[in-house]
Design a protein around this ligand. Structure first.
Ligand code: GSH
Length: 216
C-alpha cells in the first residue's frame, strides 16, 4: 500500500518550510492541508494537542510534531539523499547547531524586531556572529558541506525570512559587510533547487510582516 502523507501547514511559516524542504529532498508526494491558525481545526488540535501548532506531519495515521523532529523523521523513514550525517559524532554536531538556531538565534532575532533596542540588537548580532564564525571555520558552501543538511534547513529562517523582516521593519541588522559568510550562504541556500521550489513568495511574506509591524 502506498504511504499516506499529510502536512498540516500554513504557507508563510519558516517552520512548515523546514518540513517541505525535507519532503522535497526525498521526493515525497504529500497532501498539504492549509490551516487557519485563528480558528484551529479539530484535526490540528487532535494531532498536536500539546502545542497546537503547525507543522504536523501525519504519516499513515501517525502524527509527528515539531519541525526539526519532523525533518529527522523524514530522513529516517525515506532513504535517498541524506539530511543528517551518518557518522554519530557529525550527527550530534548537526543536532547541536540546529538546537542552537532554535533556542538562541531565532528568539534573539524576534526580540530585535520590529523595533528592539541596543541590548536586543547586540544579543541578536552576537548569536548571528556565532553562525558566521561557524561557516568561516567550516569553509564549506553550506553547513552541510556541498549539500544542505539539518543545520541549513533549521537556519532557513535566517536565510530568507530575516531579510523580509528587515525590509518590513525598515531596520537592517544583518549586512553584507558585517556578515559576509552568512550573506553568501543565505543566497546559495535560497537558490538551492529543493529549497527554492518550496519557499513562499517573498511579496506575500513582506505584506504579512508589514501589516504585523503596522507598516502596511
Ligand atoms: N517549535 C515549533 C514552532 C512552530 C510554530 O511556531 N508554528 C506557528 C506557525 S509559524 C504556529 O503554529 N503558531 C500557532 C500558535 O502559536 O498558536 C516547530 O519547530 O515546529
Amino acid at each position: 500500500m502506498a504511504d499516506e502523507v499529510k502536512l498540516y501547514a500554513v504557507a508563510g511559516s519558516p517552520f512548515v518550510c523546514r518540513a517541505k524542504i525535507a519532503l522535497n529532498i526525498k521526493g515525497i508526494k504529500y497532501e498539504n492541508l492549509e490551516q487557519d491558525l485563528r480558528n484551529k481545526s479539530a484535526e490540528l488540535i487532535k494531532y498536536n494537542p500539546v502545542h497546537k501548532k503547525v507543522p504536523v506531519l501525519v504519516h499513515n495515521g501517525n502524527a509527528i510534531s515539531e519541525s526539526l523532529v519532523i525533518v529527522e523523521y523524514i530522513d529516517d523513514v525515506w532513504k535517498g539523499v541524506p539530511i543528517l550525517p551518518q557518522d554519530p559524532y557529525e550527527k550530534a554536531v548537526a543536532r547541536f547547531w540546529a538546537k542552537f538556531i532554535d533556542d538562541k538565534c531565532i528568539p534573539a532575532i524576534f526580540k530585535a524586531f520590529p523595533q528592539g533596542n541596543e541590548q536586543t540588537d547586540a544579543e541578536a548580532l552576537e548569536q548571528l556572529q556565532i553562525l558566521e564564525n561557524e561557516l568561516k571555520v567550516k569553509g564549506t558552501k553550506f553547513f552541510g558541506g556541498d549539500n544542505i543538511n539539518l543545520v541549513d534547513i533549521a537556519a532557513g529562517f535566517i536565510a530568507y525570512w530575516l531579510g523580509v523582516i528587515q525590509e518590513a521593519a525598515g531596520k537592517e541588522l544583518v549586512t553584507k559587510e558585517k556578515f559576509p559568510k552568512l550573506t553568501v550562504w543565505a543566497d546559495d541556500f535560497v537558490n538551492f533547487e529543493v529549497v527554492k521550489e518550496v519557499l513562499p513568495p517573498r511579496e506575500n511574506l513582506l505584506g504579512f510582516f508589514k501589516k504585523r509591524f503596522g507598516k502596511a
